[in-house]
Design a protein around this ligand. Structure first.
Ligand SMILES: Cc1ncc(COP(=O)(O)O)c(C=O)c1O
Length: 391
């Protein structure tokens, strides 16, 4: 007996209403749930030009939601450096760096980054997210302990989880809690990593680094400082043994890096999986970031401007003085944060709402990021719009 092939039958006379696959049903029910909680995310086409303006839906807004703190992504010198590398080396690296993707601009950038951080060496990754995954998984594994600041970036937690080490979060910037964890757990583990940020991405405050580094040294724990939001704008002071960051914010380009001692960088070159098994950064991105770093170092007045503007903003709103270019306007519920963001957009300002799980539940907020590209009038205008909306 010949059993009819249903799939073939269907191919000839397709059901106009095929049943939803279990995959699509899963996606749809999860999305419905996110929508009900005001936590669904959608993409909005946004065109950024030079300066602080962005265009959305045919409207221009003054953006306070970009991380291009010094406006360098559109600096003609940075663009020229990227273009030159693009024309010379092509659009893509062509292979992983350990094969044939190690183009000269990457090496020049690493040398400059290492010098900037006062370290022996640096290693450039495809992104900051990839850097954290690679660093943590190369340095910690089963039997080790990773302690992560509770407000650390998602990629710090992802690295800790992927490493297979025991991972524990410590209360944000709470060195007593960190000491307690080290005291009670250190002896049970081999290597111990502490992961924190110089400037916290969603709160704009800073880690107490000198004390944290001293505490880590007492327990022979290795500290990784994620400097994604500090480089070039708020980075004076103590250096950690592992200084990582991104090329995508102040440096206006794309990619990630770590600066450390020579043996550590050599080890990561061989063992960080998100470095070894992925294509090298496009040479133009490295060349653009290198030019941006040169500008950061050569123009300290520009580097000081975002923090000065953030302080002007907090003073006008009666908020505690900004510690970085990032100022959170805490709202609470996601729906209320979205509503305030929409009201500000109608007044000409883009301050995107940040909702859980990016921030803890009940702490949805607007994250305001000041840039050297903003004028004083724009900063005052946003502060006044917030005052007008919040009464
Ligand atoms: C604190 C922090 N670390 C790491 C990253 C990831 O960097 P990248 O965008 O280069 O992947 C970001 C932001 O994106 C960040 O805010």
């Amino acid at each position: 007996m010949v059993v009819p092939d249903r799939a073939l039958d269907n191919a000839h006379s397709p059901n106009p209403h095929p049943p939803m696959s279990s995959l699509d049903a899963y996606a749809k029910s999860t999305l419905d749930d996110l929508t009900a909680k005001t936590l669904r995310r959608t993409l909005v086409a946004t065109a950024r030009g030079a300066g602080a303006g962005v265009e959305r839906g045919g409207q221009t807004r003054v953006s306070f939601s970009c991380n291009d703190y010094l406006g360098l992504s559109h600096d003609p010198r940075v663009i020229a450096a990227g273009r030159e590398a693009l024309e010379r080396y092509g659009a893509g690296a062509g292979a992983s760096r350990l094969v044939t993707g190690n183009h000269p601009p990457l090496l020049a950038l690493e040398a400059r980054l290492a010098a900037h951080k006062g370290k022996d060496a640096a290693l450039v990754f495809g992104s900051g997210y990839l850097a954290n995954l690679g660093i943590v998984t190369a340095l910690a594994g089963a039997g080790d302990l990773v302690l992560v600041d509770a407000l650390g970036h998602s990629c710090l937690f992802a690295g800790a989880q992927l490493s297979g080490a025991t991972s524990v979060r410590f209360r944000h910037n709470d060195l007593d809690h960190l000491r307690g964890l080290l005291t009670s757990r250190r002896a049970r583990h081999g290597r111990v990593l502490i992961l924190t940020e110089r400037v916290f991405s969603m709160d704009g405050d800073r880690a107490p680094l000198p004390d944290l580094l001293a505490l880590a040294a007492e327990y022979d724990a290795w500290t990784l400082v994620d400097d994604a939001h500090g480089l070039g704008v708020v980075e004076a002071g103590a250096r950690a043994p592992l200084e990582m960051g991104t090329l995508s914010k102040t440096l206006g380009s794309y990619g990630g890096y770590v600066c450390a001692s020579r043996p550590v960088v050599d080890l990561l070159t061989s063992r960080a999986r998100s470095f070894v098994y992925t294509t090298g950064l496009p040479p133009a991105s490295a060349a653009a970031a290198l030019k941006a770093l040169e500008i950061v170092e050569a123009e300290p007045d520009r580097a000081a401007r975002p923090l000065a503007l953030a302080r002007r903003f907090t003073a006008r709103l009666g908020l505690p003085e900004a510690q970085s270019p990032i100022v959170p306007i805490l709202i609470g519920e996601a729906a209320a944060a979205l509503a305030l963001s929409a009201a500000l957009e109608a007044r000409g300002y883009l301050a995107v709402a940040i909702r859980p799980p990016t921030v803890p539940a009940g702490t949805a907020r607007l994250r305001v990021a000041c840039s050297a590209a903003h004028s004083e009038a724009q900063v005052d205008g946003l502060a006044d719009a917030i005052l007008a909306e919040r009464g």
